[in-house]
Design a protein around this ligand. Structure first.
Ligand SMILES: C[S@@+](CC[C@H](N)C(=O)[O-])C[C@H]1O[C@@H](n2cnc3c(N)ncnc32)[C@H](O)[C@@H]1O
Length: 301
């Protein structure tokens, strides 16, 4: 059977995904099914590997086919919503409890399925995200952090194999009002937090936090010294961020990078490629990103 891969575009970013993929077979809502092996795309919440069409002549037979493959399935309903619900109700319950930050994402294989016709399923037992339809939900802290930007950092740190901890020195650039600094401090790291605007909620007075009210672009890597993690969420043009990243990489002073690329209007694919082509790095769209992407480069050792 020829290989099929399906890509679930982030809400509102279907056009961006369609501009990236080749050999599109069908588009249902935000799900794009393509011929061939997985393509390296950025605008995606979940990739369905080796997707297959299966006959679904009845609700019972559809559920039985899925159950015969594995236990856990998430539905992405695009049409025939009622029928999708009835099929999903016949499948074993999959817990969708929000995750406490710091705990591991679900490890049991989670497949995805949809109906492409009333009597035909498209299903993939392996997907890129351990979360239902690529959406990680956390038990939120609605009291301490001054905004919701911390969820972006929680998400990326949950996805990465490594994260800052006690003994690590982090830079948080573009840190106001302080959500990311609060997360990094709470992990036990020492944080140099830099923004032209101040921090809120006393975050600048937390132990291990030093706040500098200045432009982050004026920092000189050699003066700052060795940095374990550089986090950047500065609202700026991607070109400016790229120049700053290149300065830090060539200084050899920083081991790991997590930077938000803020996009304006139509995405400049050439600019995006400049980030993607930095050796050892990748660009992802986080579920909690808005019109932005996240560039990541981790120390290989
Ligand atoms: C999206 S907010 C950052 C939110 C932050 N990560 C948090 O968790 O609270 C973007 C920030 O970039 C800052 N910014 C813009 N230009 C800057 C510059 N040249 N240097 C430092 N910060 C800058 C803005 O002041 C703003 O606070």
């Amino acid at each position: 059977m020829p290989e099929l891969t399906a890509y679930l575009a982030p809400r509102g970013f279907l056009e961006e995904l369609l501009a990236e993929v080749r050999e599109v077979q069908l588009v249902h809502d935000h799900l794009v099914v393509c011929h061939g092996a997985p393509q390296g795309v950025v605008w995606v919440d979940n990739i369905w590997f080796d997707a297959r069409y299966l006959p679904a002549p009845s609700i019972g037979k559809a559920a039985a086919q899925l159950k015969a493959i594995q236990r856990n399935w998430a539905c992405y309903p695009t049409r025939w919503h009622r029928r999708c619900t009835l099929i999903q109700e016949k499948l074993p319950h999959v817990s969708a409890k929000p995750l406490a930050f710091g705990s591991e994402p679900p490890s049991a294989p989670l497949g995805s399925w949809t109906l492409t016709e009333p009597d035909q399923l498209l299903a993939a037992s392996r997907c890129s995200s351990p979360f239902q339809n690529g959406r990680p939900e956390f038990i939120e802290d609605k009291k301490t952090p001054p905004n919701r930007a911390y969820l972006k950092l929680w998400e990326v740190l949950t996805r990465l194999p490594d994260r800052p901890g006690p003994g690590d020195f982090c830079l948080d650039l573009g840190s106001s009002p302080g959500g990311w600094t609060w997360v990094l401090q709470s992990l036990g790291a020492r944080v140099l937090s830099v923004d032209k605007a101040g921090l809120e909620g006393g975050i600048d007075r937390l132990e291990r936090v030093e706040f500098r009210e200045q432009s982050a672009f004026a920092l000189i890597p050699e003066e700052v010294g060795p940095v374990d993690w550089l986090f950047c969420d500065i609202a700026c043009y991607p070109r400016r961020l790229l120049t700053m990243i290149q300065r830090w990489i060539s200084s050899g002073n920083c081991r790991n990078f997590v930077c938000t690329i803020k996009l304006q209007g139509q995405v400049d694919m050439i600019e995006l490629e400049a980030f993607r082509s930095i050796p050892g790095s990748r660009v992802v769209h986080l579920w909690h990103n808005k019109h932005e992407l996240t560039w990541i480069r981790l120390d290989p050792v």
